[in-house]
Design a protein around this ligand. Sequence first.
Ligand SMILES: [Zn+2]
Length: 104
Amino acid sequence: MSAECDGVLERIYSALDGEVSAEELADIHQHLEACPPCLEEYEVEAALKALVRRCCAEQAPAALRAKIVASITRVQTVQTTVTAHAADGSAVVTRVTRTTTVEG
Ligand SMILES: [Zn+2]
C-alpha cells in the first residue's frame, strides 16, 4: 500500500457516492486497473453499497425481500452422539457431525 493508495481509497467512497469529477473518476479507475488490492477494496465497497441501497430502499417490495432472504443459504450442523456397546461390554461413543445446507 502506497500513499497513492490511501488517497485512492479515500476517494473511492466519494466516487461511489458520485461526488467526484469525471477527471478524478478517471484517475481512480486508472489506479484500480494497476492496483489489485485497491480494486478489490473498490469492488467490496461497491457491492456493499449496492446491497445497502437495495435493503434500505423505502419501498422494497415484499417479493424482493423474500428473494434476498431465500438467497441466503444457512448451514446447519447437526451433531449426533451414537453410543454402541462393544462385545466386551464397554461403551463406544461415536460423534457424527453432519453439515447440511438449508435453503432459506
Ligand atoms: Zn492502490
